[in-house]
Design a protein around this ligand. Structure first.
Ligand SMILES: NC(=O)c1ccc[n+]([C@@H]2O[C@H](COP(=O)([O-])OP(=O)(O)OC[C@H]3O[C@@H](n4cnc5c(N)ncnc54)[C@H](O)[C@@H]3O)[C@@H](O)[C@H]2O)c1
Ligand SMILES: O=P(O)(O)OC[C@@H](O)[C@@H](O)[C@H](O)[C@H](O)CO
Length: 389
């Protein structure tokens, strides 16, 4: 019998994709969020729709059997829901994992079910579930007694989640427009008692090739289009992809990351080429009104050491490859400063104005001073800093 699923984050991918598959599997979906209006809207409705838009046309599905809890005001209910759930998922953004670890730890501590809770973080981040687990078992969040019994209480799986869910129009309510394509890969190794049978999940023994291929193809190309598009004042990602100069930048970046993806993960070159073509057509989808400000959001996170530019660029630089295109994308990300509604873009501007190029390279990209990429990043940081003077 299928029971309940607690999902942290009732936003775009949460409502638009994860809830769809949890619902289709038969779970009652319990959204946990911190936005009062969203919680009220979810609890005031019995259904909402998701509409897939792609080359094949439109298809609408109806989601039912859900409710929402506010973790700011109803923490006890959140903990009880986790104590009784079959599965906990989240799509809150990598920087928010630290805030949801404590309620998950408390819910795990109260469990009595025979079957361990399945925990899967669905963030654009390498090993996001490992990070969440590390935070859950931190002594601030979980007692040593519970930690010792953890294997009986909860099991964890890293995941790679891929479906473009743009910012929704203001008047859309709970309804979500998404692309038709999707891929949700989850690693089996942590589920010693057997993984949950969620419809649509692609179970894999080793996630690394899947998450690196996804992040360094889908998200590298998406971010390149977004940062160049923003710089040129272009309104949507598909219009940015219509700009010949931006399209070339995207292809150049993907040519570089393809060396890593095919070389490191033994992925066939033709297969990667087909994957690239699929991604180009996905991010060029004119039915998705996706905007540079969403795709470029949180530029400090995106400039990180394991992220979509510096992640592949650093690994390729170690192998002696030139990474001009990835550095041009990273440089555009550095120019994504003081963007309305984006706190990290304000912080980025502050870092670039207060720190030397060398310090900022360390702060933003986490690169070691003796890394072959370090001087190249320092150079692009210096150029961006000079533009502000
Ligand atoms: N949108 C996409 O196309 C897409 C695709 C794949 C993966 N992702 C990943 O999914 C994650 C979420 O992205 P999104 O686009 O859905 O963002 P979003 O901003 O639409 O949704 C995030 C939700 O988390 C909620 N939230 C924030 N703090 C919270 C807390 N402490 N407890 C509970 N909820 C909290 C927010 O209120 C919001 O509803 C990110 O890691 C993103 O990279 C997004
Ligand atoms: O979610 P972010 O901020 O890591 O990246 C923005 C987009 O590139 C991303 O949300 C994509 O739409 C998604 O990763 C597609 O699967």
């Amino acid at each position: 019998m299928v029971g309940s699923a607690v999902h942290f984050g009732g936003g775009n991918i949460g409502r638009g994709f994860i809830a769809e598959l949890l619902h289709e599997t038969g779970y009652e979906v319990i959204f946990v969020d911190v936005v009062d209006k969203l919680i009220d809207d979810i609890n005031a409705t019995k259904s909402y729709t998701i509409t897939e838009v792609g080359a094949e046309g439109k298809k609408t599905k109806t989601i039912t059997n859900y409710k929402a809890l506010n973790s700011k005001t109803h923490m006890k209910d959140v903990i009880d829901a986790i104590a009784n759930a079959d599965i906990v998922t989240c799509a809150v953004g990598p920087n928010v994992l630290r805030f949801i670890a404590k309620p998950i730890a408390d819910g795990i501590s109260k469990r009595t079910a025979k079957k361990p809770l399945a925990v899967i973080a669905c963030e654009n981040m390498i090993n996001a579930t490992d990070k969440l687990k590390e935070l859950i078992v931190d002594e601030k969040n979980m007692s040593s007694d519970v930690k010792a019994k953890l294997p009986e209480l909860a099991e964890f799986g890293n995941s790679a989640i891929d479906r473009i869910v743009p910012t929704q129009p203001k008047d859309a309510g709970l309804d979500v427009v998404i692309e038709t394509f999707y891929e949700w890969c989850v690693e089996t190794t942590g589920f010693k008692s057997g993984h949950p049978d969620v419809k649509g999940i692609h179970w894999v023994d080793n996630l690394e090739p899947y998450i690196e291929r996804k992040l360094f193809t889908v998200n590298t190309s998406h971010a390149t289009a977004a940062y160049f598009g923003y710089y040129k004042g272009i309104k949507t990602i598909h219009e940015a992809m219509d700009d010949p100069e931006i399209k070339k930048e995207v292809y150049d970046a993907l040519e570089e990351t393809a060396h890593l993806v095919t070389g490191k993960h033994n992925i066939d070159k033709d297969e990667q080429e087909k994957y690239v073509q699929t991604i180009i057509s996905r991010i060029s989808n004119p039915s998705l009104e996706d905007v540079p400000v969403r795709v470029g959001r949180a530029p400090i996170r995106k400039l990180g050491r394991k992220e979509r530019f510096i992640g592949p660029a650093s690994q390729l630089a170690e192998q002696g490859y030139d990474v001009k295109a990835l550095l041009k994308g990273a440089q555009m990300a550095l120019r994504f400063q003081n963007v309305e509604g984006d706190e990290e873009s304000v912080e980025l501007a502050k870092i670039l104005s207060e720190q030397s190029a060398e310090e900022a390279t360390t702060t933003l990209c986490g690169l070691e001073k003796d890394h072959p990429l370090f001087p190249k990043v320092v150079k692009i940081v210096k150029e961006v800093q000079a533009e502000k003077k």
